[in-house]
Design a protein around this ligand. Structure first.
Ligand code: G3H
Ligand code: 13P
Ligand code: ZN
Length: 333
């Protein structure tokens, strides 16, 4: 058993309280490898932004949970070396799928866990979330839960509405489970293909796909039911078209990739939404930079020569998100 406090990490409680008061959101960036982690920490340290490092099931399978935890511990020291006196870094389990997984992360030094019971019947989601909360809170680890199902890209448009979080359930869910934050479904989804082309309109000036707006009415209803309670948005990549274009110009095949427009995320960040999850945009930025090097310098084979530019591009993306979308810069001196 190791406490995250010994590792210099923080849970989400204070971060979220300040974010709601201040009308901004904390970035939750997924990481799977060193370059991604370096880019996140450089961006957070440079902008003095609190940050949540997220570890998914896929990341644990790919990189090993223990190694990722030590990397996060190293990240705290690295942040200090970069001149960030009091780094506000949370290590968070993304989409925990069982009590055992959440327990193992709590026991290994994570400061926050998500238990994702959103695909379960309501009562089972309540029971599982409550069990995780009871365990995690003994160690002052915060717990994110989820209510409502994020639409899959294969879902029919008509089915999406019924997957939105039902505002009438949130008070009961939060009071029964004791969770610290709640991920809701208002039209975002995971990946780089969030909407089918037929759900979008076409911008005549650019020829780009314009997705339908998020269900801000659902968010507002949830906020009315749970004033001041931290709300989380998953699936919040914007799928920057310049990164899609760079990928495609250098051998990629990303057709009709479309994300959440930044102005909608800016609006969400000013509300009770205080954690915004971004993974796919970093994948696009990383791969775009690597593809460019492979295409333009085919004789290059030193990984640092393509992972370095990939890291630079991710750092630029993270800074952009922090400063221009979430507004979390300068909130963790
Ligand atoms: O929630 C989804 C995240 O983007 C993580 O995805 O399981 O492929 O690492 P992953
Ligand atoms: P994106 O796929 O939109 O980046 O969402 C990531 C996420 O929600 C991780 O939990
Ligand atoms: Zn997610």
């Amino acid at each position: 058993m190791v406490s995250y406090k010994e590792l210099g990490l923080v849970n989400t409680r204070e971060m979220f309280a300040k974010a709601i008061d201040g009308g901004y959101a904390i970035p939750a960036f997924n990481f799977n490898n060193m370059e991604q982690l370096q880019a996140i920490i450089m961006a957070a340290a440079e902008t003095k932004s609190p940050v949540i490092l997220q570890v998914s099931k896929g990341a644990r399978a790919y990189a090993n949970q223990t190694l990722l935890r030590y990397m996060a511990q190293g990240a705290v020291e690295y942040a200090k070396e970069l001149g960030w006196k009091k780094p506000q870094i949370c290590l968070h389990l993304d989409h925990g799928d069982s009590f055992e997984t959440c327990k193992s992360c709590v026991d290994y030094g994570f400061s926050s866990v998500m238990i994702d019971g959103s695909s379960l019947p309501y009562d089972e989601n309540v029971a599982l979330t409550k069990k995780v909360v009871e365990y995690a809170h003994q160690f002052d680890v915060t717990v994110e839960a989820e209510l409502g199902v994020l639409a899959g890209v294969e879902d029919e448009v008509s089915a999406e509405e019924s997957h939105y979080t039902k505002p009438e359930e949130v008070i009961d869910f939060v009071s029964k489970t004791g969770c610290d934050s709640l991920a809701i479904s208002i039209g975002t989804s995971h990946g780089a293909y969030k909407f089918k082309p037929e759900q979008c309109t076409v911008d005549p000036a650019t020829g780009r796909l314009v997705p339908p707006p998020l269900a801000f009415n659902v968010l507002e209803e949830v906020e009315k039911k749970l004033p001041g309670f931290p709300i989380v948005l998953h699936g919040s990549s914007s799928v920057p078209q310049e990164e899609v274009d760079t990928n495609n110009a250098h051998g990629g095949k990303l057709q009709a990739a479309v994300g959440i427009p930044e102005e909608q995320l800016r609006k969400a960040a000013k509300s009770a939404v205080c954690k915004i999850n971004i993974d796919s945009d970093s994948r696009l930025a990383m791969t775009a930079a690597i593809r460019r090097v492979f295409d333009e310098k085919p004789a290059e084979f030193d990984p640092r020569k393509y992972l370095g530019p990939a890291r630079d591009n991710m750092k630029k993306l993270y800074i952009h998100k922090i400063v221009n979308v979430l507004g979390s810069d300068g909130k963790a001196e």
